[in-house]
Design a protein around this ligand. Structure first.
Ligand SMILES: [Zn+2]
Length: 637
């Protein structure tokens, strides 16, 4: 799609729910969503679907882009009523496919009326199907509240959607607004693909913050929060996100959207994650993410990651992930590019834009590398299997994570792409880098939100365009082999090495606090989930135990409750004291543990003191890591 002029863009697209004139083309399906019950997690929807007589199948979206699995929350679809010619129509679910509804359209009927409700879950863990609303805000993903007819591609189906908001709420979306009457917003018709790619953020406490105002197309932070206070983002943080917009422009060399909106829900009572779209991202953060430095430091790389997906994941997408419709299974094998490269580019953009200091960048890298290094699952499962099995691994529990190995293609993908970046820099004596790969791969000229698929061969070919090398073997060996250690060649070529010190970094402490963890996996071999009475978790629990660690050898397993340490009630402080005292003694650390309805003392024979990951300079090796995160875009005075 050609890029309209900048002026037309400002008038037409996604400008914070402002209207333009629209008319529905023939065959358009209308979708009216009533979100006035969103504060109690309930959505109502009505569809009108043009039809002709005969048998027909209606689908509820199952495989939603960006979630890499069959996550469509069909169990929450409720109140389904279908009528034709004013008469109720019987429907029957497919016996095997829970997402398919069969109907017989009667003679003379040209339109179906469909009513349905979406029963919003209250759990905060999960993706777009998890908690999406509070009393003060809601994030509407259209795939939750619609059906679509079999037969046509979602790229051919046209939907005219409207949304009724709770009184006085404001909204933002990538969709173009046709009219805004009272609390109801009507959007201009779009394809089903585009609709599902364009969620709507709404709320009572709302703020729009323009970023890098000199850049076209426009970029905005759209904030909806549980309180006015949470909207108080500082000019310094806005300046860092503006710099992110500039740095992304330099790194990728082109943009593939007409505008970009970070749709940010700020609440402690929605699910916390990011979901990428062509022209927006659904970013769900803690209520005080922007006003509390503590939360901000641990979550500030979310937006660079989701923003990068506009290029890698949306504009360029692995062929296996560009399925024909929302029912066809996706093939996740290239997620080490889709997510792994995005993770790498997101963290280096966090460094280049100033969202992270160089020290914070290194501390994050140390933590993720050390976690990978003690993930024993790497000794049976090659990285490529974590991508192929992604659709089941996202749902896997944290318990046994080190043994199972989970979606490691994010952080191990980062190490592989860092390895590639430093290899290119070394081979070309600093003349070329992964920046050059990005400019070729993401296609050097501006377009609208188009899709171009890629394969493994395309990745190898593009790397060879940057510098000739046996990239196929380079990648295959890292993706398909069983190893005992994380791939750290990129860190070491970059002038640093992973070491352990007795003092945790501020980033380590921040991650522990945000996740309610006490992480002693590098000493005792345990990750402890702290008690959280508000969530019905009155006792600290072992979230994971590292295979062959001292805790493992003592017989401790995930799920057990930690009651006491050396004869005293458990607290993180008592445990840390015990680790330090054991360093100079020979007595084991005695842990009182409840295993189901049994209590036992477990003796952990460990005397190595506290151990926390950090990166240390390798003398006489140039600081390539520092070079990689140096800003490339000028900062305005
Ligand atoms: Zn991602």
């Amino acid at each position: 799609m050609p890029k309209p002029s900048a002026v037309a863009l400002l008038l037409l697209f996604g400008v914070f729910c402002t209207p333009v004139i629209a008319a529905n083309p023939p065959g358009t399906i209308t979708l009216a969503v009533d979100a006035t019950d969103a504060p109690r997690n309930l959505l109502h929807a009505k569809l009108t679907v043009p039809v002709s007589a005969g048998p027909m199948t209606l689908f509820y979206p199952k495989w939603n882009p960006g979630e890499h699995g069959p996550t469509g929350p069909i169990v929450n679809l409720s109140g389904l009523k279908i009528t034709a010619n004013g008469q109720p129509l019987a429907w029957r679910r497919d016996d095997v496919d829970m997402y398919a509804f069969r109907i017989e359209v009667p003679q003379g009927a040209s339109t179906l009326e469909i009513a349905l409700d979406y029963l919003g879950p209250v759990k905060e863990e999960g993706y777009s199907a998890a908690a999406f609303a509070t009393q003060e805000l809601a994030m509407l993903n259209w795939n939750l509240v619609l059906l679509y007819p079999e037969g046509k591609s979602p790229r051919e189906l046209t939907y005219a959607a409207s949304l009724r908001l709770p009184a006085g709420w404001q909204c933002a979306t990538a969709l173009e607004v046709a009219s805004h009457t009272g609390d109801t917003v009507e959007f201009k018709p779009v394809t089903l693909n585009f609709l599902i790619d364009s969620p709507v953020l709404s709320g009572a406490h709302f703020r729009v913050v323009p970023l890098a105002a000199e850049i076209t197309p426009p970029h905005r932070l759209d904030l909806a929060a549980d309180s006015e206070a949470a909207l108080g983002i500082s000019p310094e943080v806005v300046a860092e996100y503006s710099q992110l917009v500039r740095e992304a422009g330099v790194l990728y060399g082109a943009r593939h959207y007409w505008h970009y909106d970070f749709l940010i829900s700020l609440s402690d009572h929605v699910a916390h994650f990011g979901l990428e779209h062509h022209q927006s991202s659904d970013d769900r953060m803690r209520e005080r993410a922007f006003v509390d430095g503590f939360f901000y430091a641990s979550g500030s790389s979310l937006l660079p990651h989701e923003f990068t997906h506009s290029w890698n994941g949306k504009y360029r997408r692995p062929a296996g992930l560009a399925s024909a419709n929302f029912q066809e299974p996706m093939k996740d094998e290239l997620l080490w590019v889709y997510e792994g490269l995005t993770q790498y580019l997101g963290v280096i953009l966090s460094g280049r834009s100033g969202l992270w200091t160089p020290e914070q960048f290194r501390d994050h890298l140390a933590i993720s590398t050390a976690e990978l290094d003690v993930t024993a699952g790497r000794t049976w499962r090659p990285l490529i299997d974590t991508t192929i099995a992604a659709s089941i691994l996202y749902e896997a529990p944290h318990e046994w994570e080190a043994s199972r190995r989970s979606v490691d293609y994010y952080d191990e993908g980062t190490l592989i792409w860092l390895d590639a970046d430093t290899t290119i820099r070394e081979l070309t004596k600093g003349q070329r880098s992964l920046n050059d790969f990005c400019r070729i791969f993401f296609d050097g000229h501006d377009t609208g939100p188009e899709l171009k698929t890629y394969t493994f061969d395309d990745v190898v070919h593009t790397l060879n365009q940057v510098v000739a090398y046996d990239w196929r073997s380079f990648l295959n060996s890292r993706l398909n082999s069983i190893t005992t250690h994380a791939p750290m060649a990129g860190i070491e070529r970059g002038g640093w090495k992973l070491v352990y010190s007795e003092t945790p970094s501020p980033v380590f402490l921040g991650v522990e606090a945000v996740q309610h963890l006490t992480d002693v996996r590098y000493s005792l071999g345990m990750v402890i989930r702290e008690a959280d009475p508000a969530l019905g978790e009155p006792q600290a629990k072992l979230r994971d135990v590292i295979p062959d660690s001292p805790a493992w050898q003592a017989g401790i397993g995930p799920g057990m409750e930690l009651l006491g340490v050396n004869g005293r009630p458990y607290s993180a402080t008592v445990l840390h004291d015990a680790i330090q005292e054991a360093k100079s003694g020979s007595e084991p650390i005695r842990l009182l543990i409840q295993n189901g309805s049994f209590q036992n003392i477990y003796s952990v024979n460990y005397h190595g003191g506290e151990r926390y990951p950090e990166l240390e300079r390798i003398p006489n090796v140039p600081n390539m890591l520092g070079e990689i995160i140096k800003p490339l875009a000028p900062r305005p005075k």
